[in-house]
Design a protein. Structure first.
Ligand code: SAM
Length: 336
């Protein structure tokens, strides 16, 4: 690519500048996040995390499940409850989801689970990761008798009532902002997950440390991270072209944008938080940008990071004896 400014998206720069004006942030955050308004999207995302983490868990979901950044509805976590988890805590910096939409999505999810519908695949959701080898309903993970209990009408009624009191700390469904994440008791969570969130978080190392604190010793953490530019550049990886001052203008006063950390930086932070990575699936796209064209602080990006458009990862707490080794792992991410 000869001229890097050709990859700049001037509308994104303008929107960032707009956010400094009174009312500008409100104008920009009126748009929702998209995906979780659809029950079928929530169903496919949850079942993909469930299926992919199955080798690292014992049996069907139980206990407390935490989701980071649910977006427009709490549907992915509701799917976790309908699979048998006992409690769901959603942590989001913007409160996009509302009670009415959550209740509608809950009704549609109940119907999908009762039908034991196949996992919606790439024909319906071409951009959703991780991909599966088999999109049939996972009967082996959610046996009929288990699901029968999880979908008991009285239980569905309790979930619906909980959706009306998500601000109550002890509620079966709890919806908190990141400042209140300390309300999650340490060492109690069986599964913490997110879908297309950690690329947006300003301080992911603090988030990974919090996840580590929450997780039970045999718990599991799974995340999909999307490293694409989310439209702020004309190239899929063009967000790494912007020099810092221009990036600060694009970021503006929006509640969040992109932290621009590449895949290896996230993996290092996860290890530094004390986790063992048990599965890492990178997705690659070709790059028309060369490393030398990137903004100065990204010029040390490895060819692998430059072409990594997404990752699905699973991490767990390592057995006690090896934990200190992971905590002292080199933190390449500090370079960014
Ligand atoms: C692209 S949306 C993804 C929404 C949903 N997970 C999905 O799959 O459609 C990103 C979400 O991350 C949330 N987010 C951004 N920064 C966050 C933070 N520090 N802690 C928790 N959530 C955050 C946003 O509010 C938003 O809901």
């Amino acid at each position: 690519m000869p001229n890097v400014t050709k990859a700049y998206n001037f509308q994104a720069i303008l929107e960032g500048a707009l956010s400094f004006l009174p009312g500008g942030v409100w104008l920009l955050s009126r748009k929702g996040t998209g995906g979780t308004t659809s029950a079928r999207y929530c169903y496919t995302v949850w079942l993909r995390h469930l299926i992919k983490t199955a080798p690292f868990r014992k049996g069907p979901p139980t206990g407390t499940v935490v989701e980071l950044g649910p977006g427009d509805s709490l549907g992915i976590g509701l799917a976790a409850l309908l699979s048998g988890a006992e409690r769901y805590v959603a942590v989001d910096s913007v409160r996009y989801a509302d009670t009415q939409r959550n209740i509608e999505v809950l009704g549609e999810l109940v119907a999908l689970f009762r039908q034991r519908a196949p996992v919606p695949d790439a024909r319906e959701f071409p951009r959703v990761k991780p991909e599966l080898q088999d999109y049939r309903f996972p009967d082996h993970l959610l046996p009929k008798a288990w699901l029968y209990k999880a979908l008991d009408p009285g239980r569905i009624q309790r979930i619906e009532s909980a959706l009306r009191e998500t601000q109550r700390t002890q509620s079966m469904v709890c919806y908190v902002d990141p400042q209140h994440k300390n309300t999650i008791p340490q060492g109690t969570v069986t599964h913490v997950f997110s879908q297309a969130v950690l690329e947006h978080v300003d301080e992911p190392n603090a988030v990974y440390t919090a996840c580590h604190d929450w997780l039970a010793p045999d718990g599991v953490m799974s995340h999909v991270i999307d490293f694409k530019s989310h439209g702020v550049s004309k190239e899929w990886n063009g967000h790494w072209l912007y020099p810092d001052p221009l990036w600060r203008l694009i970021r503006g006063r929006r509640p969040y944008l992109l932290n621009r950390l590449p895949c290896s930086a996230h993996l290092d932070m996860i290890r530094a938080a004390g986790f063992a990575l048990v599965s890492v699936e990178r997705t690659h796209l070709p790059s028309s940008i060369e490393t030398r064209q990137l903004a100065r602080r990204f010029r040390r990006l490895s060819p692998e990071d430059l072409t990594t458009s997404g990752v699905f990862l699973v991490a767990q707490k390592p057995p006690m004896a090896t934990r200190h080794l992971h905590q002292s792992a080199c933190v390449e991410s500090q370079a960014f």
